[in-house]
Structures are given as C-alpha cells and as structure tokens.
Design a protein around this ligand. Structure first.
Ligand code: SAM
Length: 216
C-alpha cells in the first residue's frame, strides 16, 4: 500500500513511522510512505500557502490553488483515495480503518494547519473523505495522519508477525467490536494480585468463555 502525505511539516513524521513494526513494513515493501512538502507548492517569494479568511476573524486559511496544485501533482495520472484530516470529518473507527486498508491501494492524506483549508477544495471534489480522529482540536493534521497510517498499516497482510495478529483485538469483528479482554503474564502472583484461575487451568473452552465474558 502506498500513502502520500501532503504537509507543511514532513519532519514531524520522523520517529513515529520509522520505528518498529512500521519501519519493518517499509523495509519489506508492504508499505510505501511519501511526505510531500506543501511549502514547495506555495506562491510568490515567500512561498505563501495561506491567506486571511473572507468574512474576517482570527487565523489564516490554506488556499485552494496551492492545495489543489499539490494534490494534482501527487496524483499524477493515478487514482488515489484522498483524505483530509479534519475535526469536522467522520470519526475514525476500527471498521473505517479496516475498510481503508481493504479497499484502497493508494491514499493521499492532506494535513491542515491554521484554521483549516478553503472549503472549495472539498466542494470541488479534490477530497474524497474528511476524517476526524476525535472530538478535540489539534494544531495540525500531522498527528491525526500518523495515527491513521499506523492503524491502517497494521491491517495490511504481512505487516504484523504471527505473534502480533490484528484479528482478535479491541473493536475487531471477532470480538463483536467490543473492547478486548484483560491480559496477564508471569509472575502468577504480583504484590498479592493473582492471575485468574481459569487462565492457569489449560481448559481452552473455559478460557475462551472467560475471555468472551470479559470483553466490554
Ligand atoms: N478551525 C478548525 C475547527 O475549528 O474545526 C480547526 C483547525 S485545526 C487548528 C488545524 C488542522 O488540524 C485542521 O485543518 C486539521 O487538518 C487538523 N486537525 C485538528 N484536529 C483534528 C482532529 N481531531 N482530527 C483530524 N484532524 C484534525
């Protein structure tokens, strides 16, 4: 799967996406990430990407010509699915994450800054979907984009090793979209806190039953 990010701050993605499982996924060529610097599409001597809002008010708005130029250049002749990370978007859920991984080979993620982007980028059809990571406001779309990339990448077949399966996890279909049961490991007793007896007994029917009952 390929994911292009359009952002004013490409360096923000170093770290979260270059360690551990996501690093391995890129080395195995299961995931290809490209970070496109929106500043390079800016206009004039100052490479301007924003302007003051019509109607007045605080803050700046990212301009339509700059964003559309960037989206079209990144798209080229291809047909990626373009997502704008926005608090106004539909909430990112595990079901949505699974759908994105299953139905798209190529995503473009547009990261907003300031007050957000000119509405005409959305109304004109350059954005396929607006996605929010929750009902709170962050300073930019970079952290939401990193969250989406992480969640989608672990749904790509082969990205998780056998020990890291995404099948039976919180919000997965196999757990009826509930939160996962609690986990325990050695030691059997820690500061007076014991592992539930059923998990020590080796009866897999009983263990499955306990786990189902302890999803919420
Ligand atoms: N004026 C906007 C509003 O009130 O909805 C907030 C803009 S926010 C300061 C700047 C950018 O951060 C947005 O354009 C968006 O890309 C990103 N952003 C902030 N919160 C987000 C969230 N909860 N989910 C996804 N993106 C978010």
């Amino acid at each position: 799967m390929r994911i292009d990010v359009i952002t004013l701050f490409p360096d923000m993605f170093k770290g979260p996406l270059t360690e551990s499982i996501l690093d391995r996924a890129q080395k195995m060529e299961l995931l290809e990430l490209e970070f496109n610097d929106l500043r390079e599409f800016g206009t004039g001597n100052y490479k301007q990407v924003d302007d003051s809002p019509y109607g007045g008010g605080a803050g700046m708005v990212m301009t339509a010509p700059v964003l559309v130029d960037a989206i079209e250049k990144v798209k080229g002749e291809g047909d990626p699915y373009v997502i704008y990370l926005s608090p106004r978007g539909e909430r990112l859920t595990q079901e949505k994450v699974e759908g994105l991984a299953k139905n798209h080979e190529w995503l473009i993620l547009v990261c907003g800054r300031y007050e957000g982007i000119d509405q005409r980028v959305i109304d004109g059809g350059w954005i396929d979907e607006e996605i929010s990571i929750g009902d709170y406001v962050l300073t930019g779309g970079e952290l939401p984009a990193a969250v989406l990339i992480d969640a989608v990448a672990r749904q790509i077949p082969g990205v998780l090793g056998k020990d890291e399966s995404a099948e039976e996890e919180s919000f997965s279909e196999s757990l009826d979209r509930k939160r996962e049961y609690p986990h325990y490991t050695r030691p059997e007793e820690f500061k007076g806190l014991k592992v539930p007896d059923v998990l020590l007994g080796g009866n897999h029917g009983e263990i499955d039953k306990w786990r189902k009952e302890n999803c919420k």
